[in-house]
Design a protein around this ligand. Structure first.
Ligand code: ADP
Ligand code: MG
Length: 369
C-alpha cells in the first residue's frame, strides 16, 4: 500500500497564556512512501517524527494537508478504520495475559463483518507468532520474556490484524545494545517477508541507515532530505544532514573559498574552480583523508585508536568545530603517522562545502549535485 503525505502540517497551540508561540511540529511534509518499502523517519528529539507518525495512524488530526492510503483519502478516517499496526517504544503488553492472548487480543475485539471464527483467530495468531519467531513461547507471561521478546510480541500484535501500513515509533529504544541490533534485523526480515509498507521512527542514524530502503531526515518539523541511506550519506544537501549521518561523525572546519580553492586557515585543501569567494563550512568524512608527506592539511596529533583493520587518528586543528578531528586510515600505515603532526590530502566525494550563512551545500565540480 502506497502512502502519500500531501503538505501535511501540524501546529500545536501554545501551552500557556503568557507564551503565545505555537509549535509547528510538522511543516508541509510532502512525500510518497512507495508500496512495500521500509522508510526510516530520522531526526533529533522534538523534530516532529512521532507527530508525523500519529497523523499517518489517525491518532492525531493534521492542521492542514492530506493523507492517502493508495488512492483513498484517509485524512478524515479514524485510526481504527485505517488498517494500521502501531508499535511504541514501551511495548505496553497486558501483564496478566499470555503471549498468545496478547497477540490475539485485537482479533477478538473485531465485530460485525470483520468478526473472525475461533479457528481463524488461532491460525492468524500462530502465523504472527511464527513471523516474529515466538512460536515456542506462546504460553508464557510477558514478565517471563526478555525485552526483545516482549517487543516482538508487540510487533506480532500489530501484525495479526494484517495491517495495510505498519508504524513503529522508536521500537528499539528500550532494549540494550545487543538486543537492539538483533531486533532491528528481525524487523527488517519481517518487513521483507510481509512486504507491509512500514514507517520506522528513530533518532538513531545508524539504526535508520541499516534497515531503511529510504530515510527521511527531519529538523524542526521540516524535511531536510529524502533518499536511499547511502545516497544521503554520500551527498548531503546541507550541513545539518551531513552532521547527523555517520559514525564517527563528519569533521567540520570553518574556512573559505578563495581564488577557486577550498581554504582551511592558510591551507588550500581542495580545488573549487568557478566558485565565488565566500566563508564556508567544510565537512570531511573520517574516511576522506589520505596520508601524504606534503599533503595540504596539517593536523596536530593527540592520539591513535587502533580498531583492528583500521586506525583512527585523533588530532586537533584551530579551525575545527569538533573538539577532535578523526581520520580513519588503514592500520598498515600506523608507522607513517608523526608523533606531533600529520599531513593529509583529501579524497574527492568525501569533502563537502556548505555556505557559511545558509549552511546549504555548495556543489563543487565533480560532485553529484
Ligand atoms: P519527536 O517524535 O521527533 O521527538 P514530536 O513529534 O513528539 O517529536 O514533537 C514535535 C514538536 O511538537 C515538539 O516541539 C513537541 O514539544 C511538540 N508537541 C508534540 N506533541 C505536542 C502536544 N500534544 N502539544 C503541544 N506540543 C506538542
Ligand atoms: Mg517521538
Amino acid at each position: 500500500m502506497k502512502v502519500v503525505l500531501k503538505n501535511l502540517t501540524k501546529i500545536f497551540p501554545s501551552r500557556n497564556k503568557k507564551d503565545h508561540s505555537e509549535v509547528v511540529a510538522v511543516n508541509n511534509f510532502d512525500f510518497e512512501i512507495p508500496d512495500g518499502k521500509l522508510i526510516g523517519l530520522l531526526g533529533p528529539s522534538g523534530c516532529g517524527k512521532s507527530t508525523t507518525l500519529y497523523m499517518i495512524s489517525g491518532l492525531q488530526k493534521p492542521t492542514s494537508g492530506q493523507i492517502f492510503f493508495g488512492d483513498d483519502d484517509v485524512t478524515e478516517l479514524s485510526a481504527e478504520k485505517r488498517g494500521i499496526g502501531l508499535v511504541f517504544q514501551n511495548y505496553a503488553l497486558y501483564p496478566h495475559m499470555t503471549v498468545k492472548q496478547n497477540i490475539m487480543f485485537p482479533l477478538q475485539n473485531l465485530r460485525g463483518n470483520d468478526k473472525l471464527s475461533k479457528e481463524e483467530i488461532l491460525s492468524r495468531t500462530e502465523e504472527a507468532a511464527r513471523l516474529v519467531q515466538l512460536d515456542g513461547l506462546l504460553e508464557r507471561k510477558p514478565s517471563e520474556l526478555s525485552g526483545g521478546q516482549q517487543q516482538r510480541v508487540a510487533i506480532a500484535r500489530a501484525l495479526v490484524k494484517m495491517p495495510r501500513v505498519l508504524l513503529l515509533d522508536e521500537p528499539l529504544s528500550n532494549l540494550d545494545a545487543r538486543l537492539r541490533l538483533q531486533t532491528r534485523e528481525e524487523i527488517r526480515r519481517i518487513q521483507r517477508e510481509t512486504k507491509i509498507t512500514t514507517v520506522f521512527v528513530t533518532h538513531d542514524q545508524e539504526e535508520a541507515m541499516s534497515i531503511s530502503d529510504e530515510i527521511v531526515v527531519m529538523k524542526l518539523g521540516v524535511v531536510q532530505q529524502i533518499g536511499a541511506p547511502q545516497d544521503v550519506y554520500d551527498d548531503p544537501t546541507n550541513l545539518f544532514v551531513a552532521k547527523f549521518l555517520g559514525t564517527p561523525p563528519i569533521n567540520v572546519f570553518k574556512g573559505r573559498i578563495q581564488g577557486g580553492k577550498v581554504m582551511i586557515g592558510e591551507a588550500a585543501v581542495f580545488d573549487a574552480p568557478g566558485i565565488e569567494d565566500k566563508d564556508v563550512f567544510i565537512g570531511i568524512r573520517p574516511e576522506g583523508f589520505t596520508l601524504e608527506e606534503n599533503g595540504p592539511l596539517e593536523l596536530n596529533v593527540s592520539g591513535v585508536d587502533v580498531m583492528g583493520r583500521d586506525i583512527s587518528v585523533i588530532s586537533t586543528h584551530p579551525e575545527s568545530l569538533n573538539a577532535n578531528v578523526r581520520s580513519i586510515i588503514s592500520a598498515d600505515q600506523k608507522n607513517e603517522i608523526g608523533s606531533d603532526t600529520v599531513r593529509f590530502s583529501i579524497k574527492p566525494h568525501k569533502i563537502f562545502v556548505f555556505d557559511g550563512e545558509t549552511e546549504e551545500r555548495i556543489y563543487l565540480q565533480g560532485d553529484q549535485g
